[in-house]
Design a protein. Structure first.
Length: 268
């Protein structure tokens, strides 16, 4: 297999309402089975997910977490509003309303004007499908689309690109039941295909002032699927790390409640 990867050049500064598919179609001659990779920041901008930090009132919880994380309480409030569960208070690791687990709910302050933040798309799988369908309409080509963000990794330093949405490509390739070079049956191997592609694209798209938030991966033979990225998220009953973190949070809350009760009784 031979794979090529290249960025889309001359991408303009994205504004709300911009047609991302047309931006690609006007600059690249796509081929069938290309994978078009978009940084989530430009998808968020096109979908109007840019907000002014001043337009929110932080709660007491947000103020408490802001002190702990040396952050703006208003920023923390946005994190809480797009999360379903806090797993670690510092750094602020949360389970988002989108289902993924990440620092600060994936909210971005880079690649946008000062004083503004970018939230992840409301439904990145849906966004990927809409862009994929629009590319088909404009070019006649059948492609896959992946929307990426950067995430840290448990037990390792550094961040890599991961998929937060996808269309036309299977997020996972279940290799269980296949055999290796020596005839041994694979028992647990499930490849995170879209994350691997996202990491590849992230290398050439960059993280700073490169101005290349769209990449094309060509030549990779992938499984076609439209179930999106959510099939790759572990459930609560299989995610041992999330279970341990949730248990730690519950113990800390119980300890705090016990200490408050003791203080009340002693003062009474």
């Amino acid at each position: 297999m031979k794979i090529s990867a290249f960025t889309v050049d001359d991408v303009p500064m994205i504004q709300k309402g911009d047609d991302l598919a047309k931006i690609v179609a006007d600059r690249v001659t796509l081929e069938n089975e290309d994978i078009v990779v978009f940084a989530s920041t430009i998808v968020s901008k096109a979908e109007g997910r840019r907000f002014l930090l001043e337009d929110i009132e932080p709660t007491a919880e947000a103020r408490e977490l802001a002190v702990l994380n040396k952050e703006d309480p208003k920023f923390i409030q946005y994190v809480l509003d797009t999360s379903t569960r806090v797993l670690i208070k510092h750094p602020l690791l949360v389970q988002t309303v989108f289902g993924n687990v990440c620092i600060n709910a994936g909210i971005d302050r880079s690649n946008t004007e000062s004083g503004y933040i970018l939230l992840l798309p409301l439904d990145s799988d849906r966004s990927a499908r809409e862009i994929r369908d629009r590319l088909k309409e404009l070019t006649g080509k059948t492609v896959a689309v992946i929307i990426t963000d950067t995430n840290g990794r448990s037990f390792r330093e550094g961040q890599i690109g991961v998929a937060v949405g996808c269309a036309g490509i299977a997020a996972l390739h279940d290799r269980r039941g296949d055999v290796d070079l020596f005839g041994h049956e694979l028992k647990i191997t499930i490849q995170a295909i879209t994350d691997e592609v996202a990491a590849c694209a992230n290398m050439i798209m960059g993280e700073a002032d490169e101005g290349t938030p769209i990449a094309i991966i060509r030549g990779y033979k992938y499984i076609k699927d439209d179930r999106g990225i959510k099939v790759s998220y572990r459930s609560d009953d299989t995610d041992l790390v999330r279970q341990a973190l949730a248990e730690k949070i519950e113990k800390e809350a119980s300890k705090t409640a016990t200490e408050k009760a003791k203080k009340i009784r002693s003062e009474g």
